[in-house]
Design a protein around this ligand. Structure first.
Ligand code: SF4
Length: 383
């Protein structure tokens, strides 16, 4: 029996962070109500949709991930409705991993209690920085104190699986201030952390200001790419030294505390995405919902589902598997030894970006830092 992960997107935030280019925005309660209604309809229609694609699935769910946006903003009543619909459609395994993305200070006691009633056992906190000036500069509302209180409160409610998101490259950040954030994160004892290098999208407010060479949104205090790369390496090294080794390009965890849900993406295991702009992979099919909120609320479908060919599946296995520190087993690519990607991997190993040893290929530390370049090289080889 294959188990499935379910991702549920909740595209609402109290305010938009200056660097954000996600499909999220600040909307009022009426929009949230309408969204939950639509989500419940989508949940109820999910089996029929999968059946139309010929995907046999018993809907045994072993991971749920509420992401966004800031799903912790939904009320107790919203989650109650979502889980009424969910339990009519899916069977949730007892040991399922159940994650909620949460902005520190934006999760009510009532919502937390309701979610725990349904099995919530993991929270991912969008901290980004423990330095208040840096959080404020990008429009976040929390302070270090709020983050630490949130972690303590989750623990006293019985939630130990806590992830802290950090960003390298925020305005005003320096190697010293970043080190302070890393030390605070380790000091909390959380078992998982995600470290992202700030990629400023041209469409975000900060991105537009950077292009214009202006000073709004603290654009003139954004560290340069070299410094951001140093911060990323600093984080990987520091967390590794403190028993939290890296297992994926942006993710580090104490052994046994890796995100089971996110591992599905990198290992090409089935998952169903529900909500705005959510992506799914079931059987040989990949499909996604529209990223237009009005269209989503009207029930309009996203792009046509795409059937993944054997060649595409092979390439995905390489691209996704390489994100993991353990890399890919070359034997599972058997029969493809003359594939141009294999040749490209060998070339990249000469540049110190890929390590090929013991029948596996994996990114080196330098390769993880330059992973976009590595993937571009591999994509060129498959074109
Ligand atoms: S909280 Fe996350 S999703 Fe919301 S605006 Fe900020 S970065 Fe974007």
């Amino acid at each position: 029996m294959t188990s499935t992960g379910v991702y549920i997107s909740v595209p609402f935030c109290r305010a938009k962070c200056s660097y954000c280019n996600f499909a999220s925005d600040a909307f009022g309660p009426a929009r949230m109500d309408a969204y939950v209604d639509r989500l419940c309809q989508e949940i109820a229609a999910a089996p029929e949709r999968a059946e139309r694609m010929g995907v046999a699935n018993k809907w045994h769910v072993d991971s749920i991930y509420f992401g966004g946006g800031t799903p912790s903003l939904l009320s107790e009543a919203h989650f109650k409705r979502i889980f009424d619909a969910f339990k009519r459609t899916f069977s949730l395994q007892n040991d399922a991993e159940f994650t909620l993305e949460c902005a520190p200070g934006q999760l009510s006691d009532e919502t937390l209690a309701e979610l725990q009633r349904h099995g919530l056992n993991r929270v991912s906190l969008g901290v980004q920085s423990f330095i208040d000036q840096e959080s404020r500069a990008v429009g976040r509302f929390h302070t270090r104190e709020v983050c630490l209180e949130e972690i303590a409160r989750l623990r006293s409610a019985g939630i130990e699986e806590i992830n802290v998101d950090l960003i390298a490259g925020l305005p005003h950040q320096t190697l010293e201030s970043f080190q302070e954030s890393l030390q605070v994160a380790v000091g909390t004892g959380v078992p998982h952390t995600s470290v992202y290098m700030l990629e400023v999208d041209e469409e975000s407010r900060l991105g537009k200001e950077l292009i214009a060479g202006g000073v709004r949104y603290h654009a003139h205090h954004v560290p340069d790419d070299g410094l951001v790369a140093d911060m990323y390496l600093q984080a990987c090294e520091f967390f590794g030294q403190n028993g939290i080794p890296q297992y994926e390009i942006s993710n580090l965890a104490r052994p046994g505390h890796e995100s089971r849900h996110n591992l599905k993406y990198w290992k090409r295991l089935p998952y169903l995405g529900l909500g705005l702009d959510a992506h799914s992979m079931l059987g040989n099919w990949r499909f996604q919902n529209t990223d237009n909120l009005t269209e989503y609320l009207e029930g309009k479908p996203g792009p046509e589902p795409e059937e993944v060919s054997a060649d595409e599946a092979f390439e995905e296995r390489i691209f996704l598997g390489l994100r993991l520190n353990e890399g890919i087993e070359l034997a599972v690519l058997g029969g493809h030894t003359s594939h141009p990607v294999i040749k490209a991997l060998e070339e990249l190993s000469k540049d110190g970006l890929i390590r090929i040893a013991d029948g596996r290929a994996a990114l080196t530390a330098k390769g993880r830092l330059l992973s976009n370049d590595v993937f571009t090289e591999l994509l060129t080889a498959t074109a």
